[in-house]
Design a protein around this ligand. Structure first.
Ligand code: UT7
Length: 323
């Protein structure tokens, strides 16, 4: 059986760090409130010339370098983003061009904060279907450009950045001992589409719009949705929380991460947390967190890793893999 194995990972963050204290000068908020309610201490905000494609391309180059591969070796690029450089063409083809690559094919995936989990699952199916051998899976976002900087209920929560990984086909024996993606589970329910959305768009207002969120409503659904898909991945592989080396959740709010880990009986010392450093970077948050945990030596070859996300749509999902 063909498995999709991670060969390399990389990330890229904007130069500018914005602390909670700095936001106190913009809206009526406090470092205390932000830390207590969300766990966020700082976020990176894109400056001039820093875009989803530029950050995504830098992350992709770092992932290729770790894999010891060049763009020539890549068959396909998927970029998960809700903040594309242009309405079209896709951010993925922009990144393809920045990598100096004119073969293969590239497209964007739009599932907001769950985008990276959707992209990873899609890439795995392309590999297992024999359509591609090596795929760059990227999450790249510049949410700062969608925010209403007068709305304290949203502007303190998000940040910019990108992460990327290289997946490669490898023969496995079809058991949970294989390296690579072992299970994945995607869900969505458009009944919740007005709880976290952008109040503009090409086909409606003709404007970009601003992010709007009923935070409490999102919070209410998050833990249940996350634990549901994580448990499905465990059931599909015959594994349990005890088998897990690392849980790498979407980084939206420390209280959501904590609540889901408790419900799943996963101790917090097995959970990778970067929300304090990055804020919520939507589709970029999981590859940024994976990249940090690989760089500092926590995630090692052979480790069992679960990634999960929930966000606008609602969309939610999880992927279980052996690193
Ligand atoms: O990426 C996936 C999608 N996003 C999420 O997962 C986010 C999910 N939601 C959340 O993380 C939380 O709901 C928030 C962090 C957004 C808010 O936390 P909360 O504990 O649900 O607070 P709340 O919305 O119930 O607001 C509590 C109070 C309100 O004041 P009153 O009505 O109690 O007087 C807000 O007006 O906090 C006030 N407030 C703030 N105060 C200081 C809201 N934003 C701020 C702020 N600074 N930035």
């Amino acid at each position: 059986m063909i498995r999709s194995v991670v060969r390399g990972i990389g990330s890229s963050l904007p130069k500018r760090v914005v602390s909670n204290r700095e936001l106190e000068t913009l809206v009526e908020t406090s470092d205390d409130w932000i830390v207590q309610r969300t766990g966020i201490r700082q976020r990176y905000i894109a400056g001039e010339g820093e875009t989803s494609a530029s950050l995504g391309a830098e992350a992709a180059k770092a992932a290729l370098a770790m894999a010891g591969l060049s763009p020539d070796d890549i068959d396909m690029i998927i970029c998960a983003t809700s903040t594309p450089d242009n309405t079209f063409p896709s951010t993925a083809v922009n990144i393809q061009n920045r990598l100096g690559m004119s073969h293969g094919f590239a497209f964007d995936m739009q599932a907001v904060c769950s985008g990276f989990v959707y992209a990873l699952t899609t890439a795995d199916l392309y590999i297992r279907g024999g359509q591609a051998r090596r795929i760059l899976v990227i999450g790249a976002e510049t949410f700062s450009r969608l925010l209403d900087w007068k709305d304290r209920t949203t502007c303190v929560l998000f940040g910019d950045g990108a992460g990327a990984l290289v997946l490669e086909a490898e023969e496995g024996d079809g058991t949970a001992q294989d390296r690579g993606i072992l299970a994945s589970c995607l869900r969505s329910d458009g009944a919740h589409k007005d709880k976290l959305y952008v109040d503009g768009g090409v086909s409606t207002t003709g404007t970009i719009g601003h992010l709007r969120m009923e935070g409490r409503e999102v919070f209410k659904h998050a833990v249940g949705m996350i634990t549901d898909v994580v448990e499905q991945c465990f059931a599909d592989t015959g594994m349990s929380a005890d088998d897990l080396d690392w849980l790498v959740p979407h980084q939206a709010n420390l209280r959501i991460i904590d609540g889901a880990a408790k419900k799943l009986s996963i101790p917090m010392d097995k959970v990778v947390v970067t929300v304090d450093q990055h804020g919520n970077t939507s589709a970029a948050s999981i590859p940024l967190a994976l990249s940090a945990a690989v760089a500092d030596g926590r995630i090692k070859k052979g480790d069992i890793v679960m990634v999960d996300a929930m966000g606008g749509g609602f969309t939610w999902g999880a992927v279980l893999l052996r690193w």
